[in-house]
Design a binder for this molecule. Structure first.
Ligand code: 1GP
Length: 233
C-alpha cells in the first residue's frame, strides 16, 4: 500500500472558513513552511465560504485538505478529504449517521482514493466540537487509550485525532496514545499558542494541528512551524 501523503505531515494549520483572514495573514500562513492547510470548523461552514477560502489558498503550493463536517460544504477541488468520525460521541449520527447519509446521496462522486477517516476522540468538554457532537469528553486515561486502540487496531483508521480544541492537552497521555499505534497516525490539536507548546506537542504526537492562535496572534502561530520541524521525535 502506498503511504498516504499525510504520513509526512508534522505541522498543519487549520483555517476556519467562518472566520476572517486577510490576504497578508493568509500569505504568511501558506508560505510558513507548514506541511498542509486543513480547512474546517465546528459551525458556520458553508459551501460559499469554503469555496472562497479554497480559491485563496490555491494561489499557493501548500497541500490543502478539507475536513468535511457537513455535506453541503463538501467542495470539490481539495487535495484531500478528511472525514471526522467522533468515536466518543453519545450520538451515533456523529459516528456514522451523517457520513452514511452523505454517502447515500453522493457516494459515486466521492474521490475515495483521496478520502480518509479521522477517528476523533474529543477530550475538552468545553469545546464547541464536544458540545455539537455530544461527546463524552470526561474520559479517564484508560478509556482514552482504549478508544485509541479501537481506532487503530479494530477499525484500522489511518488517523487518530486527539482533539482538545481550545485547551492544551495532557502530553503524557498523547505520548502514550501514540506509542500504542500500529498503523494509524496520531494527530494532536488544541491550545497550541507558542513555540514551546508546539515543541512539546510535536514530541508527543505525529502531527500537530494549530488553529485558533492564527486568528489571535499570527506571529506566535508562525513560530510554531519551526518549533515542530526542529523537534526530533
Ligand atoms: C481544532 O485541533 C484544532 O480542531 C486546533 O485546536 O484551535 O485550539 O489550536 P486550536
Amino acid at each position: 500500500m502506498i503511504e498516504p501523503i499525510f504520513a509526512s505531515w508534522k505541522h498543519v494549520f487549520k483555517l476556519d472558513p467562518d472566520r476572517e483572514i486577510n490576504d497578508e495573514a493568509l500569505d504568511a500562513v501558506c508560505m510558513s513552511g507548514t506541511d498542509a492547510i486543513m480547512v474546517g470548523g465546528s459551525s458556520g461552514v458553508t459551501f460559499d465560504n469554503t469555496v472562497d477560502l479554497l480559491s485563496r489558498i490555491r494561489r499557493y503550493e501548500v497541500p490543502c485538505a478539507l475536513e468535511v463536517t457537513s455535506e453541503e460544504a463538501a467542495v470539490p477541488g481539495f487535495d484531500y478529504y478528511l472525514i471526522p468520525m467522533v468515536l466518543n460521541s453519545r450520538d451515533p449520527q456523529w459516528l456514522v449517521g451523517r457520513q452514511v447519509e452523505a454517502i447515500r446521496q453522493f457516494g459515486s462522486y466521492i474521490p475515495w482514493e483521496n478520502t480518509f477517516a479521522e477517528g476523533y476522540i474529543i477530550l475538552n468538554a468545553d469545546a464547541e466540537a464536544a458540545r455539537r457532537s455530544d461527546a463524552d469528553a470526561r474520559l479517564d486515561d484508560l478509556s482514552v487509550l482504549a478508544y485509541v486502540r479501537l481506532a487503530d487496531r479494530l477499525m484500522r483508521m489511518p488517523i487518530v485525532y486527539l482533539e482538545y480544541s481550545g485547551r492544551f492537552g495532557n502530553m503524557g497521555l498523547v505520548r502514550r496514545a501514540r506509542s500504542l499505534l500500529t498503523q494509524g497516525r496520531l494527530f494532536y490539536g488544541g491550545g497550541i499558542d507558542s513555540a514551546e507548546k508546539a515543541g512539546e506537542a510535536a514530541a508527543a504526537a505525529d502531527t500537530v494541528i494549530v488553529g485558533n492562535i492564527i486568528y489571535s496572534d499570527l506571529a506566535a502561530a508562525l513560530k510554531t512551524v519551526q518549533a515542530v520541524k526542529q523537534r526530533e521525535n
